[in-house]
Design a protein around this ligand. Sequence first.
Ligand code: CP
Ligand code: NVA
Length: 320
Amino acid sequence: MVERLTETVVPVGRRSILALKEWTPSEIRGILTTAAWMKANPKVAHVRYALAGKSVGMIFELPSTRTRVSFQVAIQSLGASPVILDWGESQLGRGEPIADTARVMSRYVDGIVIRCRSHQTVQEFARWASVPIFNALTDQAHPFQALADALTLWERQKRLSGLKFAYLGDGSNNMALSYLTIGAKLGMQVTIATAKGYWPAAEVIDWAREEALVTGGSITITDDPEQAVFGVDAVATDVFVSMGEPGDPAVKQRDLMPYQVNGKLMALSKPEAVFLHCLPAHRGEEVTDEVIEGPHSAVWDQAENRLYVQKAALLQTLGD
Ligand code: CP
Ligand code: NVA
């Protein structure tokens, strides 16, 4: 049986999406419901013109392929215009304060998509902007990727509540933290397997456990990769070294190699288990070619679903 994502889609109004921690389970389920509906009904006319006449700024401090293209297409497919700004080519790159940029941009556009190194930067934007801010990745959160991954899991496994989900790799990066958050919000049984020294911060684990108590989920942190994947419905990983990260990448790669998702490890999960990777992937490091190209892999669906969750979020927060 397919789990109903939500009974009703709650109106959210003009609102930023910085991290899913700030969203309730029913609001998150509302975005997923809308996204699934939009995916199934791509040609509905009122959706094609839902944001007609609006503009959405897009600012990138870090490289991107999927986020940049999928947001641009999502904005255009709702009838709005994307206004793309490269950080280094704008006055931000020459040190203009975020507070000034946010206030000026808010006079021109109806919402701003931002990818930047530090989560504090996106929070600062949201503090000063008078239009919704959409976090397109920071060091602490990648909310639209987490939403796309949840939609992919729901499509493939027909449920989210109680789903056994294991993430292997860097336990303190944006994807690990986003999986902890969305897993806790949606009642999933989340296990993070990583080496000592790469665990999520204690306060994040405590927050996720409290949230999971309410939703019926669970949060486990372990250094044992085999125990983590045994009998699970989904296995996810991400690059061992994230964009713009300080420190010696060789040390981190060595420390995290035992958490590589390979065929032997994947075979310990359920036969119908799904493999997720937000991409870009480093084959031979966090995942082997046989897994990412193999029958468990849902990575292309994941990438596609970015489009629908972003369309849904833009519609719900910027639509009239
Ligand atoms: N997954 C993801 O955010 O990819 P990009 O860095 O290409 O945007
Ligand atoms: N953790 C990765 C995710 C890329 C989409 C990074 O921040 O580089």
